[in-house]
Design a protein around this ligand. Structure first.
Ligand code: HEC
Ligand code: HEC
Length: 299
């Protein structure tokens, strides 16, 4: 009798384990297909300037949009985002040196990667904040591309992106935030030129290309951080702490990384790059933030 029961338990357990293995394999396959899905984004032709002044403008656009934080100062890239057993996503070498995408990229490839979040092989780029960059004007985009094409070559061959089986399972289960390519409206046409000025409009433009990815579309804060460990990012509307700040304190915070009450901003907030905005840009941003409706903390 007991042997019979044990035999049945064995059969049931064996079946369950078999089912689990099948389920795991299915999750891995579905996640792999999702992670490697290719995107057919219409390439846009935008004018690429050649004058030194435009290239200098492009260098500034790159700096304040913190390309160097991830792609390094020489834009040679590194193996930065790696979680053993889950995934490894090298930050690509953008130069024309060995292993750099600059050696084979067309102007359309640059535009597709930066504004649409789709890489040279058609896959959605992970980590890269293209949702913000999708709002760059044609003029800034052209200047940025002109600058990227002008940087000295760096030889740095990096491995391919790798999403391990457990990483693929997390993709299938929706435990990985949606990639920028899925959040961007690829059919929206970008503004050709946005005049730099100390104006609410220019401040709104800067916020859209730099701040909303982390502080939310309404800038009142959204869940921020690795899946499962999110904390709300600060509310930048007059409903948050900035209500008590002056313009000088706002600018000093972005330049030094220290808030008026002495809090040192952590590295999640790329202030060393935003801190290199011009005074005019900071003032425009401040004007815009001050003009926002008073919203309660989001996230
Ligand atoms: C938060 C980090 C981060 C920032 C900031 C960032 N990138 Fe990236 N970028 C990445 C990562 C990571 C990848 C590779 C993603 C992948 O393979 O899925 C990437 C990919 C790219 C690619 C695609 C290369 C290819 O394989 O086709 C280009 C081009 C690029 N970045 C340019 C830029 C530029 C220009 C800026 C600034 C305007 C910038 N990135 C800012 C992290 C970043
Ligand atoms: C990559 C994500 C990211 C981006 C992009 C980003 N922030 Fe932040 N920001 C954060 C995080 C996270 C904090 C909280 C840091 C801390 O408390 O140490 C923060 C904090 C701040 C603070 C301090 C707020 C307070 O109440 O103490 C200000 C001001 C700020 N950000 C402004 C901006 C502005 C302006 C932009 C766009 C130019 C921007 N941030 C873009 C992530 C980001």
């Amino acid at each position: 009798m007991i042997r019979k029961i044990l035999k049945w338990i064995g059969i049931v357990l064996g079946g369950l384990i078999g089912l689990l293995i099948v389920a795991f394999v299915v999750l891995v396959i579905v996640g792999g297909a999702q992670a490697n899905k290719t995107y057919d984004v219409p390439a846009e032709t935008i004018p690429i300037p050649t004058e030194a002044e435009a290239i200098e403008r492009g260098e500034h656009v790159a700096l304040i949009h913190y390309c160097q934080q991830c792609h390094l100062d020489n834009l040679g890239g590194e193996l930065s985002f790696a979680i053993p057993g889950l995934l490894s996503i090298p930050t690509p070498n953008l130069t024309s040196g060995a292993g750099g995408v600059g050696s084979f990229y067309t102007d359309a490839d640059w535009e597709r990667a930066i504004r649409h979040g789709v890489g040279h092989d058609g896959r959605a780029l992970w980590v890269m904040p293209s949702e913000n960059f999708s709002h760059l004007s044609d003029e800034d985009m052209g200047a940025l591309i002109a600058y990227l094409k002008s940087v000295p070559p760096v030889d740095n061959e990096l491995p391919d992106r790798k999403i391990e089986p457990m990483g693929r399972v997390m993709v299938t289960l929706g435990m990985v935030p949606p990639v920028a390519a899925d959040r961007i409206d690829h059919m929206a046409t970008s503004t050709a030129v946005i005049e730099p000025a100390i104006s609410v409009e220019y401040g709104a433009y800067l916020a859209r290309t730099m701040c909303t990815e982390c502080h939310g579309a309404n800038l009142n804060g959204v869940p921020f951080g690795p899946p499962g460990q999110e904390v709300p990012s600060p509310n930048l509307t007059p409903g948050g702490e900035l209500a008590t700040w002056t313009e000088e304190q706002f600018i000093a915070t972005l330049r030094t990384g220290i808030t008026p009450d002495g809090h040192q901003l952590n590295e999640e907030m790329p202030w060393p790059y935003f801190g290199q905005m011009t005074d005019d840009e900071m003032q425009a941003l401040w004007l815009y933030l001050q003009s926002l409706p008073v919203l309660a903390q989001g996230g």
